[in-house]
Design a protein around this ligand. Sequence first.
Ligand SMILES: NC(=O)c1ccc[n+]([C@@H]2O[C@H](COP(=O)([O-])OP(=O)(O)OC[C@H]3O[C@@H](n4cnc5c(N)ncnc54)[C@H](O)[C@@H]3O)[C@@H](O)[C@H]2O)c1
Ligand SMILES: O=C(O)[C@H](O)COP(=O)(O)O
Length: 525
Amino acid sequence: MRILASDPVAEKGLNILREEGFIVDEKIKLSEEELIKIIPQYDALIVRSETKVTARIIEAAENLKIIGRAGVGVDNIDLAAASKKGIIVVNSPEGNTIAAAEHTIALMMALLRNIPQAHAALKAGKWLRKEFTGYELRGKTVGIIGLGRIGTAVAKRVKAFETRVIGYDPFISEERAQMLGITLMPLEELLQNADIVTMHLPLNNETRNLINRERLKLMKKSAFIINCARGGIIDEEALYEALKAGEIAGAALDVFAKEPLTESPLFELQNVIVTPHLGASTKEAQINVAIDVAREIANVLKGGLAQNAVNFPAMDKESYQRLKPYINLAEKLGNFLAQILSGGLLAAEIVYNGLAFKEETRPLTLAALKGLLDPLLMEKVNYVNAPVVAKERGIKVRETVMENGADYTNLITLKVTTEKGERIIAGTLFRNNEPRIVQIDQYRVDVVPEGYKLFVPHKDQPLMIGRVGLILGEKGINIAGMQLGRLTPGGDAVMVLSLDHPADGDSIKAIAEIPGIYEVKAVSL
Ligand SMILES: NC(=O)c1ccc[n+]([C@@H]2O[C@H](COP(=O)([O-])OP(=O)(O)OC[C@H]3O[C@@H](n4cnc5c(N)ncnc54)[C@H](O)[C@@H]3O)[C@@H](O)[C@H]2O)c1
Ligand SMILES: O=C(O)[C@H](O)COP(=O)(O)O
């Protein structure tokens, strides 16, 4: 399999992929058209923030299974397009946290002490001291907007400078803020109180131009603002005006609305210092992020699940290990049901009984949907696009979680409604995580969800098993196992045969013609 790195990524990460036997090409600074041309050859794409992974590129990516963002922000990737196409997008949420936090502190100190300006002046032969008198950080109020990984790392570090830290983040609790020693307050209040405001939140439709003209006016005339998160969170035109008019004291910017950026009115202002998106650019961070995404890509390309997928529920290692056998089971249940269904699919309900499902069921639901939809549809369905595909087709998906209420300690039941009625399948894990289908429709069974099966509902009467066995035996198809389920003697029954080879069309037809056989469905798991 082939992997393309279209931005500079640390060799240590790429070598992990090469050692795993993948071919890795490094081609940087490609245009959109160039990428569209070559992307069909690749199974995985690695980017940093420079490559814009547009819907057009994703559309052309016939073989792409995963996009690895060697860093945090995924705003350069069209996530909706990737999800629709079933392409997993992973990032490295922690690999560059410290690099970005330290760069923020570096910018903060440089801004307060005029270091870039003094440096430039002295190198130009000017020994200026009075002009570059700065400010101390001690005793100042630092306002942090966005208290995630980098925001909290910045908080910890500025506290060492004996500052007061205030914060705004609508998604963190008062308790967490208290634990971090940060006073939470509304955005407007933070802007009015902070001596230094620093951004550590993602760019999205809610946060674009969050710091606009009106909000800049709330800040103290003596205040500084830092953006080491994403360009576009501060309105650059409004910032220019506020700085020029002396409404705030200065700004440090690592990121810009349009990148790369080499010319801007902001660059002409003495009280603005800038770096070209260097927040994550340390040797250590680049190795961390490259290794993180390389491991994810290798795992996904070898059939595993991603742990840091942005468009798939994230799981820590422990949850992943615990849930993996259930994820496989859920997929098999969906897959089995898909192969015995008839009629258009209208709705799917997944019921979880048992404590195993107390914390997390989303990956299981996605797996059940993938298993169910993939055999039914022409397009490739995977964990990522399964909900999109279901929604597009108007299939209603419902999830019910109950701590108990079933005959098994932990049970997954998939009920689907088609134009022709309802069908049910249920499964559990036996000892040593051995998966078992324990119910199909109203029948109790004990079927290992693996290999070739024949699902044969029939009338409970003598000779049924014998005649089915004979037809298969004459074709040299060995029956490895058989399960029978019936409701009442002489009533409706079902046999599920496990075969060493798939049954051929003629045998299936011959079995279907046996009087008392209601239907025959070949299932391959
Ligand atoms: N300059 C760089 O090179 C560089 C390096 C790494 C990360 N980043 C950027 O830094 C930012 C933060 O990264 P992180 O790893 O800390 O992410 P994170 O996901 O850990 O934290 C983001 C925080 O922002 C908060 N948030 C979301 N919307 C908000 C809003 N409207 N107002 C206030 N808070 C809001 C979230 O609740 C979360 O706590 C991201 O934009 C990331 O892309 C930049
Ligand atoms: O979101 C990130 O991780 C940073 O902005 C880093 O971007 P980069 O990988 O292009 O340096």
